[in-house]
Design a protein around this ligand. Sequence first.
Ligand code: ZN
Length: 153
Amino acid sequence: MSDLQELYQSVILDHNRKPRNFGPLDEASGTAEGKNPLCGDQVEVAVKLDGDVLSAVKFTGSGCAISKASASLMTTAVTGKSRAEVEALFDKFHALVTGRAAEADITKEALGQLIVFSSVSRFPIRVKCASLAWHTLRAALEDGGADAPVSTE
Ligand code: ZN
């Protein structure tokens, strides 16, 4: 493992141990539940919108280290961003973990801390763990009281 991969690994482990923005969110504008049956990950994402800006995001749930760290890092990455910015970031993140991102786009400038998930693309089974929180966030932003949980299957 390279030094860089080791550093990324330690960020993931840190967010798994001490997830940021973990817990219920008061006065949420939208919530959604997500499940990844393949791994057993479960997440609930709650958002608060201030006009078009995501002013707060919190999550609860349980799952593997990747799913939890991804939810945690996602909340720190999207807080304060507009819906369009969140969508754009999700596209970049999804391209990264599915291995479709161009080498030139895999930079700290483009991805911020999300770059720590760059090795996930080499483990296809982990892609769903890493993207579960993001799919759930998208559902929470569109929440009109959707009844069915988001599923990666
Ligand atoms: Zn998982």
